[in-house]
Design a protein around this ligand. Structure first.
Ligand SMILES: Nc1ncnc2c1ncn2[C@@H]1O[C@H](COP(=O)(O)OP(=O)(O)OP(=O)(O)O)[C@@H](O)[C@H]1O
Length: 245
């Protein structure tokens, strides 16, 4: 899996180094927000490339447009000009199934996990939807859900609870699990620890490092060879994607 992490920074990760094929190509993108006299150019001719296996960090001061870029990359904002290609395909004008597919392939973990977790849905429902694009049933996916919760150090019972019943750090761990359970190609982490206290920030970063180690050592999990390898194989139950980082 490839990823971007925005922390008064943006980061992207893919697999394989500079020789790997580009996964994300942003070329000369301009984004303007607001209307009338208040309309302002937020992204001014932004270009970047993320190759498979690569992690890209974008650093910028508050208000410089990191979140705007993240929202643009996941298709929530439309550039005034420029192109965004994902896996070689122009994302402009994507609708319906193709847009939904892109939104699964590119997962945004936002600064505020409240904005990615529906307050009216239990954690189990959120994870089931992530695991099964057809609309997961928490009961049917209970084992996978428990495994994802365990990976982020939460008990299986957390599945029956709602986002407001968790602390900020716990919610951020749930948001990470939800984003990874989708098995995206690219993760965009938008300052995912900025709202947390220092100890919890360290916990979240350690969690990401741990998940990465798990991926590197879990030989029982047969996933897509990240960059150039053979076709994707079926993943074992609850398996993490190999390309995480
Ligand atoms: N919907 C909007 N309409 C008009 N301006 C907006 C809108 N959303 C954001 N902006 C402006 O765009 C600029 C960039 O905001 P953005 O949230 O992308 O910055 P950021 O780099 O992520 O900041 P931070 O690190 O504080 O989260 C800011 O000046 C903000 O006021």
């Amino acid at each position: 899996m490839d990823s971007i992490s925005l922390s008064t920074v943006a980061g992207v990760q893919a697999c394989g180094g500079t020789a790997a094929a580009p996964l994300l190509e942003v070329d000369d993108v301009v984004v303007e927000l607001g209307s009338g006299a208040a309309r302002a150019r937020i992204l001014n001719h932004v270009s970047l490339t993320v190759r498979r296996g690569q992690t890209l960090g974008l650093v910028g001061e508050s208000g410089s447009g990191k979140s705007t870029l993240a929202k643009t990359l996941v298709g929530n904002l439309v550039p005034a000009s420029g192109t965004i290609r994902f896996d070689g395909r122009d994302t402009k004008g994507l609708k319906g199934t193709r847009l939904r597919t892109l939104r699964r392939q590119v997962q945004l973990i936002p600064q505020d996990p409240y904005s990615s977790l529906n307050p009216r849905r239990t954690i189990g429902q959120a994870l089931a939807e992530a695991i099964d694009p057809r609309g997961g049933n928490p009961r049917r996916h209970s084992r996978d859900i428990a495994e994802w919760l365990e990976r982020v150090s939460l008990p299986a019972e957390a599945a029956t609870r709602y986002p407001h019943e968790f602390s900020g750090g716990q919610r951020q761990r749930i948001a990470i699990a939800r984003a990874l359970a989708v098995r995206p190609e690219l993760i965009i982490a938008d300052e995912i620890t900025s709202a947390l206290d220092l100890t919890t920030q360290a916990d979240i970063l350690n969690l990401l490092a741990k998940l990465r180690r798990d991926l590197e050592t879990d030989d029982a999990v047969h996933l897509a060879q990240p960059c150039s390898g053979p076709p994707r194989q079926r993943r074992s139950r609850g398996a993490l994607p190999r390309r995480l980082g």
